[in-house]
Write a protein that binds this ligand. Sequence first.
Ligand code: 13P
Length: 279
Amino acid sequence: MEQSIESYIKNLVRETIGHTLGELQIQSDRRVYVIANWKMNKNLADTAEFFQTIKSSDDVSVVVCPPAQLLYPAHLFISQQGKSIGLGAQNVHWAEKGAYTGESSASMLKDVGCEYCLIGHSERRQYSFEDDLLVNKKVQQAIKSGLIPIICIGETLEEKNLLQTEQVLFKQLFGALKDIDSSNFILAYEPVWAIGTGQSATAELAQQTHAYIRSVLKQIMGEKADGISILYGGSANESNAADYSAMPDIDGVLVGGASLNAQSFDGIINVFAKGEQNS
Ligand code: 13P
């Protein structure tokens, strides 16, 4: 039977570049993440119970970021349970090693089972005075050491009210990604006014801001920006997760309060897993 023009072109493209344009589209689909940031909460017993209770998912990447002291036990619990859950630190130092009392290096974090690391969380920007320069040094060190940085950006309420959101995000993005060639990082948009307040950004506002973030990423890294997962964070929970998961530029959530309870965190994972199955 004669080939249609369409299948002729598809075959030609497949032979030339190894896949059809449709397949290319599938390959560039972004990974969806549901990430827990426990902040300064939980002890050893809570951690054991959490990993016993929580279910992993084949459809989304689940990552948990416990406090530094609980990283290695968490790694052991995850391995014991045989669950497909990634481990992330909440912070990393910019130097490889040395006289930095109380800090953790990227290689130490890798050594205890971490694959990911939050960098530039607004609480660290606020309480530990981290600025864009420091965030950039940390991102450089994480990437060099093989940790995947989860870079957090977001405007304060005051900046939002002054209509400076885009300006702030632009500066934070260019600052964090200065001299970074790799596209092996995740972004988390966490408006400071939505963190721990119950005042989550509407899915529409978050989508609009994520689209802006992606447009800035395109200026920085060109078409590779389409492959970067951008997560929303700020009072995300089981009830609002479906609204976020329906948005084209929201590739998951970074969850604080609602990640402390394994059942509610599971609920959020399920919402995003269903979204992926339907897509
Ligand atoms: P909440 O989900 O408690 O608002 O915290 C968000 C956050 O800061 C995650 O990093």
